[in-house]
Design a protein around this ligand. Sequence first.
Ligand SMILES: Nc1ncnc2c1ncn2[C@@H]1O[C@H](COP(=O)(O)OP(=O)(O)OP(=O)(O)O)[C@@H](O)[C@H]1O
Ligand SMILES: [Mg+2]
Length: 392
Amino acid sequence: MAPTTGRRVVRKKAATATTTPTSPASSPTTTKKASEPVLQNKVAEVPDKSYFTTYKPRKINGHVDLDLLAYALATKSNVLIEGPTGTGKTSLAMAFAAKHNMPFYSISSNAASDPSQFLGRHVPDENGNFPWQDGPATDIVRHGGVLLLNEIGFMPDRIKSALFGLLDKRRKIELVDHKGEVITAGDNVLIIADNNPDYEGVRPLNKAFRNRFAVQMFFDYDPNIESKLVQSKQLLELAKKMREQITAGLFETPVSTNMLMEFEQVGVALSVEFAIENFVNHFALDEQAAVRQAVKTYEANLKRDIAAIIVRQTGEVEKPGDNDWGTGENWSSQGYTFDPNDFFSDAELKGKSRAEMIEAGKGTGMSISALRAMDDNELREFLKGNHDWWKN
Ligand SMILES: Nc1ncnc2c1ncn2[C@@H]1O[C@H](COP(=O)(O)OP(=O)(O)OP(=O)(O)O)[C@@H](O)[C@H]1O
Ligand SMILES: [Mg+2]
């Protein structure tokens, strides 16, 4: 395609062109899912189906995690899931409940919680009486559901002791505040505890307590699962490198699966620059410089990946013809010359918003994905003609 009148038509470098699909990708339907499971619901509720449909199961010694929970439910075994933050421990419990239409409740382990919050209490009514009201955990023990004991390593003893009877063979809870009523868990009750042994302040679980969990699994960051949750190969590569550095003792803050998911989401919605700084902010202050340096070495490749994701999600690709100049060879070999007057001046760019600059950039023939991957400064320089693509 020959340059026409108006703004200069610019041929892209091969590397950029390769990220451009030939036809608009059908935009995937994105199921909106809460980024962090809701843990403080006052009643036990069946989680939204999306917790199951978006969950990526993992294999543990040849068995699918969801199947292991089904086994535990069938055999009335308690489940202990341990592993670092963001590996999907809570997600698995919620996915299972969503899959089987079971009410779910998570007992939070913060030290301020009182057993009455989950077991129940007498609540005043309009007649001045104080009838008993089951708490969400009692509701599940009575009627079935999935009960998660969240971060059990932080759980204060008075909370644990209220649950001891439920965790052993008796599977009973006693409602001391409700005339000592004793309830035995029915067939449809699954009790899961999760624990992150790396957290500061977590006490090791004692042997007797640990023995109450017949099914135990350890979750670590799983590249297989992450490759299904994160599209950018470069981001996965970066995570791998950084985790090697953590193992080597260079820094401590874990690179969690959801940090990668957030990076990608923020990169697509806002910009890669913002995603990088946002990512760096997750680390301890004394780690941030090293992390920033590690990420910066991937910046160009991350931009390319994110641009490709935007194209896949929005279907925003070049119009047919914009890219049919082939790739690789030097544009000048095709006889095109650039007139400096075709570029924007500072005055013309003054006050232009990012959206307007991208719009203007479209007139150059540069792909929208490549334009969106540039930060504001790069865009401005590009429109002024100060860009490597012109120089070589
Ligand atoms: N297997 C998975 N499938 C789908 N999403 C996942 C999976 N694993 C992790 N995630 C994503 O990561 C986020 C954090 O996961 P989750 O809260 O389940 O981790 P966790 O192991 O319970 O972490 P913490 O120890 O900090 O509580 C989830 O909200 C979800 O978006
Ligand atoms: Mg959790």
